[in-house]
Write a protein that binds this ligand. Structure first.
Ligand SMILES: Nc1ncnc2c1ncn2[C@@H]1O[C@H](COP(=O)(O)OP(=O)(O)OP(=O)(O)O)[C@@H](O)[C@H]1O
Length: 290
């Protein structure tokens, strides 16, 4: 396994962002879903050593992130992290910025470092923009630049906070191509459920600082099987309904009119909505406070 959280929790003052959690992350692409404030960014920052936990131990590639300074430094070399928001030195060039991050990661051999900078810029299709100042890049290009720095040094654990936000469909497809070709552990926090169905072999759903679901995409879809219908009218009591381009109404959950509606294959989004609705009924969707 690449990374483990053992009884890891995080509180900000009285707010419990993550309740004690134990997780093992192995090779593959893992999707992290959850509503705003569920604790996704907190979990990613704990794993990437950007944030110390309140309790518990985090281990990456055999090194204890929460251990000695030397252990943490060794772990950091094996982690690539894309934060939700990256503050760029806008006057730097694209290549200058990635090179700067590589220096921070202690790549001392200049020639090898420059080769690696070129490699990751080419991977995200920014090779021809390497000498352009960051302020002159588009929003999507900046996002790809941020992804490039996370790919430096072929990390064992790649932690990506909403990587596809701001990317156009071609760039999104290209990023999926890159991520699915990696042989490491990739943890992606996203609100884009299509990214989960396209890429992930495992899905973790966080709610109010707790793991609500942890399983395969097929297992998540099974939650919704038989509960999603399309017909001329919405199902009674559905948790989500919308008129599709075909003119039929798509209903998630609720009681369908069996005379006029037919069951359709659920999407990850349908399953997620049903999971959330079940939590809301149990009164567990809110209240991350201690
Ligand atoms: N630095 C901080 N100080 C105080 N509270 C914080 C801090 N960072 C996060 N929180 C709180 O911790 C909880 C979890 O936040 P977190 O950013 O991890 O959620 P998230 O699932 O990533 O949300 P989003 O989908 O909106 O990005 C929230 O209640 C949030 O308000």
């Amino acid at each position: 396994m690449t990374a483990t959280l053992r009884d890891v929790s995080k509180s900000y003052g009285r707010t419990v962002a993550l309740h004690p959690t134990t997780l093992t992350l192995g090779t593959g692409v893992i999707g992290l879903l959850g509503p705003n404030g569920a604790g996704k960014t907190t979990m990613l920052r704990l794993l990437s050593s950007a944030l110390p936990p309140s309790t518990g131990t985090v281990t990456v590639a055999g090194h204890e992130v929460t251990g000695t300074h030397a252990e943490r430094t060794a772990a950091r070399r094996r982690i690539g992290y894309l934060p939700q928001e990256v503050v760029f030195p806008r006057g730097m060039t694209a290549a200058g910025f990635v090179d700067y991050v590589a220096v921070l990661k202690e790549w001392r051999d200049t020639e090898a470092r420059h080769r690696e900078v070129r490699r990751v810029l080419d991977l995200v299709e920014l090779g021809d923009r390497s000498t352009v100042r960051i302020r002159a890049l588009s929003g999507g290009q900046r996002r790809r630049l941020a992804i490039a720095q996370a790919l430096l040094g072929d990390p064992d654990l790649l932690v990506l906070d909403e990587p596809t936000t701001g990317l156009d469909p071609e760039q999104r497809a290209s990023l999926r191509g890159i991520l699915s070709s990696l042989r490491c552990t990739v943890l992606i926090s996203t609100h884009q459920t299509e990214d989960v169905s396209a890429l992930c072999d495992r899905v973790i759903v966080l709610e109010a600082g707790r793991v609500r679901f942890d399983g395969s995409v097929a297992e998540l879809l099974a939650v919704a099987a038989g509960h999603v219908h399309q017909g001329p009218a919405p199902s009674e009591g559905a948790v989500g309904t919308w008129k599709t381009g075909t003119g039929l109404v798509h209903s998630v959950g609720g009681t369908p009119d069996t005379q006029t509606s037919t069951a359709v294959d659920p999407t990850v989004e349908d399953a997620y909505l049903l999971l959330r609705a079940a939590s809301a009924r149990r009164g567990t969707s809110e209240g991350a406070h201690a």
